[in-house]
Design a protein around this ligand. Structure first.
Ligand SMILES: Cc1cc2nc3c(=O)[nH]c(=O)nc-3n(C[C@H](O)[C@H](O)[C@H](O)COP(=O)(O)OP(=O)(O)OC[C@H]3O[C@@H](n4cnc5c(N)ncnc54)[C@H](O)[C@@H]3O)c2cc1C
Length: 293
């Protein structure tokens, strides 16, 4: 089977920060076989590979990515009683609204989370009310160390706050089955509207990846620490800390990835100096995370 692999595609078109240089190889996967074949391609070329969903939790360097980026466009959805199995490329709003049409809720809190189900499994995405761990039943993965798809449950996923075992294994998440709750369609739509309004009040619109740092646990939030350290509104080049939410790093239009990384390093140091807290990025910085020595 022929796969269309492009070269030197600019990554800035494929992430919500709208930054990042060229990727060596770029291809789209619409079926499980594509994922398998593309992974084989990367192995043959001797380059690293990664799956990209909505690009709403990645920060690609200005130098780009030296391997293969596989854009996940696997979009099948299958409801069965009070569960749904979706392929990794499905987006949340689409899934939440489709479930609502069948009087199925329990995932409405994800309506505002940009990106795909695959990305949400990888990072245990969520909001204070609900995260992936709460609804996850199992995932079908293409394990890093095997050519055969495998079904894995919560024990394997080992979710914790914005974390999962998939961050270590780098398995490809092909699909995920989640538990839903029966609820009237009208009630779910009301909840969705409420979540959307609350988000508009609290968070800025623009080119961002949402919360840049994880909440450290010991203090109210990463945003609180950043604000108390006097960083709200701080700028490096075209990157700025939002005035509305101090954990939102914004590309004001012409930011480079280096601007955002340098701003984050500066904020990290200020918070460390003031509170002796080492903030940990939630955003995946690729190909190398400068926060991990
Ligand atoms: C405005 C805004 C608001 C946000 N609000 C929230 C929020 O409320 N809660 C929250 O948790 N997050 C939030 N985020 C962050 C982001 O939306 C989530 O982390 C989301 O789950 C990322 O999904 P994605 O498909 O965009 O992942 P990507 O950014 O494409 O990828 C992120 C990581 O997941 C890996 N990955 C993606 N798909 C797969 C797959 N199929 N198999 C294996 N690995 C995969 C990638 O390789 C990468 O390492 C927000 C982001 C923005 C821009």
């Amino acid at each position: 089977m022929k796969i269309d692999v492009q070269q030197n595609v600019l990554l800035k078109s494929y992430n919500t920060f709208r930054v990042g240089g060229p990727v060596r190889f770029f291809a789209t996967a619409s079926r499980w076989e594509d994922m398998y074949n593309l992974r084989e391609f990367a192995k043959k070329q001797g380059v690293p590979y990664m799956v990209l969903g909505g690009g709403s939790n990645v920060l690609f360097a200005d130098e780009g990515y030296p391997g293969l980026v596989i854009l996940n466009q696997m979009n099948k959805i299958h409801f069965q009683q009070n569960t749904v199995t979706t392929e990794g490329g499905v987006t949340w709003m689409k899934l939440v609204m489709m479930a609502a049409e069948q009087n199925l809720g329990g995932i409405s809190g994800f309506c505002n989370v940009p990106g795909t189900i695959g990305g949400a499994v990888y990072g245990n995405a969520g909001i204070p009310d609900v995260c992936m761990k709460d609804v996850f039943l199992n995932a079908t993965i293409l394990p890093t160390k095997s050519d055969k798809p495998m079904i894995v449950g919560p024990d394997y996923a080992n979710f914790s706050y914005r974390n999962s075992y998939f961050k270590q294994t780098k398995d490809i998440i092909l699909s995920c089955t989640m538990r839903l709750e029966v609820a009237p369609k009208a009630f779910i739509k009301q909840m969705v509207n409420r979540y959307i309004k609350s988000r508009i009040m609290k968070q800025p619109a623009g080119l961002t990846c949402g919360s840049f740092f994880k909440n450290p646990g010991t203090f109210p939030s990463a945003g609180w620490l950043i604000e108390q350290a006097g960083c709200k509104g701080m700028m490096v080049g075209g990157a700025q800390i939002s005035q509305k939410h101090a954990n939102f790093f914004m590309n004001t239009g012409d930011a480079t990835a280096s601007d955002i990384i340098n701003l984050a390093l500066k904020v990290h140091q200020k918070v460390k100096d003031k509170f002796d807290v080492e903030l940990e990025p939630e955003v995946q910085i690729l190909p190398r995370n400068p926060f991990y020595k």
